[in-house]
Design a protein around this ligand. Sequence first.
Ligand code: SAH
Length: 234
Amino acid sequence: MTWRATVLTLYPEMFPGVLGLSLAGKALGEGKWELEPIDIRSFATDRHRSVDDTPAGGGAGMVMRADMAAAAIDAGRAGAVHGTPTLYMSPRGERLTQERARQLAEGPGVLVLCGRFEGVDECALEARNVEEVSIGDYVLSGGELAAQVLIDAAVRLLPGVTGNEVSLDEESFASGLLEYPHYTRPREWESRSIPEVLLSGDHGKIAKWRREQAECLTKARRPDLWQKHGTPKS
Ligand code: SAH
């Protein structure tokens, strides 16, 4: 069974977008995952194909109608494998983490609703029991970029997608730490040089140095992470 992302959007032409290139794009081309954008507007019933309306209670902007959002969700669910989570990209949601990306990659895929304008009528979110997911504390103009972030984070963890060029278990967050710094040739550049230990060929020493660097960086830059993971297991 192939991992599948179904995306409910008013802008299906925004997909695959960045997901069509590099690691994710190559894997998509090889059939290692599937992407199905569904145009929410195709569920509109009136002549103007409208899917949104003015906010109840007044105020600026437009809100996606509950019936349109729900029709799109239902159609997406009908085509998705049982157990696929329904997510609504939203700044009010729980923040996306590496751990959540890993869980999503282990499941059958995702059904993602992308909002536009002011957002989506709350009735639809409640009635369809949608999980809200945020990619950070800032406001985007639509959920499509956020959906691409979430899908990219999950897809690169699928078996066979990320080759040797990236080592998944050493990178940032995998062990609760930020990653150590990387170096490559040239060995000297603008009077800076690669740390001696990395040229020593002593794998034990190198591993220890990387570990120390990762811990120092995490303590300095992300005291919250350091606090949470205490002294992480090696
Ligand atoms: N009025 C809303 C923001 C709407 S932004 C509020 O204040 O909460 C329009 C759409 O962009 C949202 O419906 C959502 O799908 C998407 N979006 C904006 N910021 C996001 C974020 N940080 N994470 C995930 N999705 C986001």
